[in-house]
Design a protein around this ligand. Structure first.
Ligand code: PRX
Length: 651
């Protein structure tokens, strides 16, 4: 939800850290100031020292940053380590009986895994992957629900040096196929189905559909049995997880890789029609993923950390599968949805498993807020000590509810700004230190040179706005766009002569230098904290045989932040009445099939042409006004055909 910055700033209140959090937080003001000072004086040395201190290396690096091919930066390149070893094996000596994962399934089934058990599961599966011919550098697609086996699969890939790419289970077969093909994947790991809100989602069937055409690189599909629903197993290609693991040893020697060896690809939307495979390395990525769990969430041995994100998104990588495990802490995983069987589910889980640190998206808070505070009040949430948010600006009303109702007015709200590309938090408060302002992600972390600049790339002063950029490289930055270095440079660096990483968000800096994210500067929507490219949805729509042209914009939505609003020109007469309703349904389902249900337009309007200038440019600003249902104040005199505005205003 876009903040209305003027009104928020004038009403903005400052929340000093509560006594409770001040007395607990591992990092106090002195430590933090010293970190800022060190990072300012010696940016590379700051990161190098942390990398030596926090990670376990089989071979130390001799050079922290290789900028010889900038902006294709590489961190700790000649050092060697294994990410899975860092997340699991190194904790076994002292913490083998400590809980690594607490899992609650959609139907309330609970499983616990200690670090030793996690090790055994991962080692066995790593052996199974090796037996199936997967080796270092091979790409493996993981298309699974939010169950511990998804983490085992990720960790097992990391253990053998294979590069995983998770495709969110809500993406369609078509979207899955595009990603399999782009990554040149050798294997797909999936389940028969997933359970969400009491319904089963047929994942294996989508994999079958995806692999029907093309995807020749895929040799095998491993299928974990989750729902026991009927699935087709293709002879010679498909193998059950339990059969692949049968007879495999619980011992697996982790494959040491260079720190810049790719750990994973994660596809995300940009301003073109095709998603890009964001490539992350191993050592640098893990360093920031781990550190930010320590810095922002203050994780300790007594904590139970629940990040509600699915492993299909970057948040589920850095704050579920890797970061907290690298710290040797306990995570909670939940398979289901916040409103099943009722809107108390999140709070019931917090209570039942003693969650202490809770991290979710503003869209979930807004959705749950609608049910009233009576729902969370039924549960004992007294163990909570830190609350986090991510994915979009949090509106102050939701912030206050989260703070007062869920956090008893005592828990700090850690509003974390970051992206798939940045790998880990970049701008966020430190619990117990940073005074908070509802709606602001506060200040960049030590070693993160994020600033707001003007059109010329000059840093702006307080009380103004501009482009958010990062001027210096940082360890968990994306390495490139998979297979397309030029796209990486063009997308993220070209705007300011390859000097700065251009985030794609605009931001405001207030009188105290606090950063307020205003929204995207490109054609990217943020629907329920998920990034969707308008071009991607437009391409999906025009692929429908009856669609001639389509333009998609975002419409402010009080729960989802933004919703998808599509303007469509059909290659037939303008539909009316029931015919129009049927067309709307058909196109919504079509988009769900092409991309996934998250991309379904909430609204579809039809016209005989899109509003374009005489030079043929689509007037997107005008479309945004139409989507909001607001009075048109823009100059429409350059419109080729003003009559079409009436058509598009018609519901
Ligand atoms: O626009 C920003 C918004 O989400 C974008 C990144 O999306 P994605 O790569 O999918 O990663 C989401 C999870 C990290 C950003 O460019 N965004 C993310 N966090 C915040 C945010 N906007 C405002 N406040 C945040 N805390």
């Amino acid at each position: 939800m876009s903040n209305n910055i003027e009104s928020i700033l004038t009403e903005s209140r400052v929340f000093e850290p509560s006594e409770m959090i001040k007395s607990q937080a591992g990092i106090n003001k002195e430590i933090l100031d010293a970190m800022y000072e060190k990072a300012d004086k010696d940016h590379i040395g700051f990161w190098a020292d942390l990398a030596r201190e926090k990670l376990s290396w089989s071979k130390p690096f001799t050079q922290a940053l290789d900028d010889s091919k900038a902006p294709l930066y590489r961190w700790f390149s000649d050092g060697e380590l294994n990410v899975s070893y860092n997340c699991i094996d190194r904790h076994l000596e002292n913490k083998s009986d400590k809980l690594a994962i607490i899992f609650e399934g959609d139907q309330g089934d609970v499983h616990h895994y200690t670090y030793q058990e996690l090790h055994d599961e991962v080692a066995r599966f790593a052996n199974a992957l090796t037996a199936q011919g997967i080796t270092k550098g091979d790409r493996v697609i993981i298309y699974m629900p939010m169950i511990p086996q998804a983490v085992f699969a990720m960790q097992a890939c990391a253990r053998i040096g294979a590069i995983h790419s998770i495709v969110f289970g809500g993406f369609s077969a078509e979207a899955l196929r595009d990603r399999v093909e782009n990554a040149g994947a050798k294997m797909v790991i999936t389940t028969d189905g997933g359970l969400r809100g009491g319904k089963s989602v047929p994942l294996k069937a989508s994999v079958d559909e995806a692999l029907e055409k093309g995807c020749d690189t895929v040799k095998n599909v491993i299928v974990y049995q989750r729902t026991k629903q009927d699935v087709n197993m293709k002879e010679g290609r498909d193998i059950w997880w339990h059969e692949a693991e049968a007879g495999m040893s619980n011992y697996h020697d982790p494959v040491m890789v260079n720190a810049d060896h790719p750990l994973f690809l994660l596809y995300t939307s940009g301003s073109t029609g095709t998603p890009k495979g964001i490539q992350h390395g191993s050592g640098g990525y893990l360093l920031n993923a781990m550190l930010t769990n320590e810095w922002m969430f203050d994780l300790k041995d007594s904590d139970v950390f629940w990040c509600t994100a699915d492993v299909g998104w970057i948040t589920g990588h850095s704050y579920v599968a890797y970061g907290p495990l690298a710290m040797g802490q306990t995570i909670l995983m939940f398979e289901g949805v916040p409103t099943y069987p009722d809107a108390g589910r999140f709070w019931q889980i917090c209570q039942d498993h003693g969650v202490t640190v809770f991290y979710t998206a503003p869209t979930a808070i807004r959705a749950l807020m609608k049910f009233g505070k009576e729902v969370p009040e039924k549960y004992d949430l007294s163990k909570l000590r830190i609350l986090g948010t991510v994915g979009e600006p949090i509106n102050p009303e939701a912030w206050m509810w989260y703070h007062d109702v869920i956090g008893r007015g005592e828990c700090p709200i850690i509003d974390t700004w970051w992206q798939t590309e940045t790998g880990a938090h970049m701008i966020a408060p430190f619990p117990g230190v940073t005074p908070l302002k509802p709606g602001s992600c506060t200040r960049p972390l030590p070693g993160i040179d994020a600033v707001v600049v003007d059109e010329e790339g000059n840093e702006i002063g307080n009380n103004s706005g501009g482009y958010l950029v990062v001027r210096k490289p940082w360890p968990s930055m994306l390495q490139t766009v998979w297979g397309d270095d030029q796209r990486y440079i063009d997308t993220y660096y070209a705007k300011f002569n390859n000097k700065y990483y251009v985030v794609g968000d605009s931001a405001h800096k207030d009188e105290d230098g606090y950063i307020w994210i205003l929204g995207r500067i490109d054609d990217v929507l943020n629907v329920s904290g998920h990034r969707l490219g308008t071009m991607e949805i437009e391409s999906a729509l025009v692929a429908h045989p009856k669609v001639a042209e389509a333009a998609v914009v975002g419409k402010p939505h009080d729960v989802k932040g933004e919703s998808v609003f599509a303007f469509v020109v059909l290659n037939q007469d303008l539909p009316e009445g029931a015919e129009r309703d049927a067309m709307v349904t058909e196109l919504r389902n079509w988009v769900a099939k092409e991309i996934g249900p998250i991309a379904k337009p909430d609204d579809i309007r039809f016209g005989t042409n899109l509003p374009k200038t005489r030079s043929g440019k689509i007037m997107r600003r005008l479309l945004r006004t139409l989507a909001k249902g607001e009075e048109i104040t823009q100059d429409t005199s350059t419109l080729e055909d003003p009559g079409i505005l009436k058509q598009f205003q018609q519901k």
